[in-house]
Design a binder for this molecule. Structure first.
Ligand SMILES: *Cc1c(COP(=O)(O)O)cnc(C)c1O
Length: 482
């Protein structure tokens, strides 16, 4: 076999390197050399195109169907943001291109986008500054907890405990523990929000701070939010607001005004990047004045002459948590989305997210048990406990039956404080027709639970494969790959 490299440039001699010469030059041990040629798949372009098109048609997504997966904000994201993000000037930027060079300031536009998005997020949240670096919501949480730790270290505070209500998002305790804190869980009261008396009992000098998902995973907003912040501040604790689902309050209220010291946002839920499939995401973290100096590097700064640069020189910074520009395309799409909607549009986002969730809550509460009554924010949580008690039907059966009716199931069995939980988040982008069709499907399923429960247990029946044995599928990849 011969590897042949040819240079077609005129005047240059073409040259050839034999396999033996390659082996010699990079010193591969004889026992590591293959004896026969590798069997590589031989497929035509058409076969490959058909394979991937077929896979894409099996996809279930927001572009195909209603996707009310609670706590995930599976909403429609305007295609114009995708289009602009795909412009060569953005998409082909390399992080090592020079920030500033006479005659070609190649990354100045990107730096301005990051800088301006930071400024817009300050206005939206009421915080004093942001890091745009974190690559996901949970990454933002970890960054925030590292900032909390840096603050206490700097002040010489010996504090180890972070308080987190049991209705918070599951990543909250994980992030606090990863940052080295002890987590103390605070229970949720009968109204579905963190119990204030239990919090008062838990606040002491060892408390480094509190992490609050708000609205919480029941979709409920905590009315004691000011008092909670004051309580934590009274022991020099830091308050952290999980704002992954800011669509619940955007343009209406600001975590900074509530008294929070740290906030993270999920640009890939609230601000125009499809969420799911493992990324990419962006979880910017905002802080108030007293924590600004701990923000990670790099930070985009604006120079006096109006140009932008990445600044690394911050002595008290927690350091480096992501390379270069963060997930730039996600930041860019958030920027486009915010500018496109404007203040009024963002307020309508919150209004519609909340209206849609409450419409579903009202329409379905006759059919499914609603463990926490009262107006919700962007999502509502039902329980299948009534169906379980009366007909032996579980939340999972209802979820599978929804697939047959063309809907993605809601989040089930979460939050864990609700038995047989079904967490429904319609988002702000769905039409009344779609939401009504979903409500009707849920009502039909509730009726079927009474009239023919066995049929429900057999769902889904319209999919290429029937209901898998999920325990086996997690262990046996052959089943999982079906
Ligand atoms: C989705 C979510 C997170 C985590 O965000 P990821 O980007 O998935 O890491 C954190 N908190 C809440 C409330 C969320 O909904």
């Amino acid at each position: 076999m011969k590897l042949i490299f040819e240079k077609s440039v005129k005047g240059r001699k073409s040259f050839q390197i034999t396999k033996n010469e390659v082996v010699k030059s990079i010193n591969i041990k004889p026992e590591l050399l293959r004896k026969e040629n590798a069997i590589l798949p031989e497929l035509s372009e058409l076969d490959v195109v058909r394979h991937f098109t077929e896979l894409s048609r099996r996809n279930f997504g927001v572009d195909t169907n209603f996707y009310p997966l609670g706590s995930c904000t599976m909403k429609y994201n305007p295609k114009v943001a995708e289009l602009i993000a795909s412009y060569t000037g953005f998409a082909k930027l390399h992080p090592l291109l020079p920030q500033l060079r006479i005659g070609g300031m190649l990354t100045q536009g990107a730096l301005q986008v990051i800088y301006d998005t930071d400024m817009l997020l300050r206005e939206i949240t009421g915080m004093a500054g942001f890091t745009m670096q974190p690559l996901a919501g949970a990454h933002g949480e970890l960054t925030g907890m590292m900032i909390m730790a840096a603050y206490h270290n700097d002040k010489g505070n010996d504090k180890k405990t972070v308080l987190i209500p049991d209705s918070s998002h599951g990543t909250n305790p994980a992030s606090a523990a990863t940052a080295g804190f002890k987590v103390k869980s605070i229970k949720t009261n009968q109204y579905g929000v963190m119990d204030l008396e239990s919090l008062k009992d838990a606040v002491n000098d060892d408390v480094a701070g509190l992490m609050l998902t708000c609205p919480n995973t029941l979709g409920l907003f905590n009315p004691h939010i000011r008092e909670i912040c004051d309580l934590i501040h009274s022991v020099d604790g830091i308050t952290y607001y999980d704002g992954a689902n800011l669509n619940a309050i955007i343009g209406k209220a600001r975590p900074g005004d509530f008294g929070f010291d740290i906030v993270h946002l999920n640009l890939h839920k609230t601000f125009a990047t499809p969420h799911g499939g493992g990324g990419p995401g962006s979880g910017p973290v905002g802080v108030n004045e007293k924590l600004l100096e701990y923000l990670p590097v790099s930070v985009v700064v604006k120079r006096k002459d109006g140009t932008y640069s990445l600044q690394y020189d911050k002595p008290k910074s927690i350091g480096y948590i992501a390379p270069f520009y963060g997930n730039f395309s996600v930041i860019l799409k958030a920027y486009i989305y915010i500018l496109m909607l404007g203040a009024k549009g963002l307020q309508r986002v919150a209004e519609n997210a909340v209206l849609n969730a409450n419409y579903i809550r009202e329409k379905l509460k006759k059919y499914y048990h609603l463990p926490y009554e009262g107006i919700c924010k962007h999502e509502c949580v039902f329980s299948a406990s009534k169906q379980l008690q009366e007909n032996g039907i579980h939340a999972i059966d209802i979820a599978k039956a929804l697939i047959d009716k063309g809907f993605h199931p809601p989040t089930v069995y979460f939050p864990s404080i609700v038995k047989e939980a079904m967490m429904i988040e319609p988002t702000e982008t769905e039409s009344k027709e779609t939401i009504d069709a979903f409500i009707n499907a849920m009502i039909e399923i509730a009726q079927l639970a009474k009239s023919d429960p066995e049929k429900l247990k057999a769902a889904p029946t319209t999919t290429p494969i029937s209901r898998p044995d999920e325990t086996a599928a997690a262990k046996n990849l052959d089943i999982a790959n079906l």
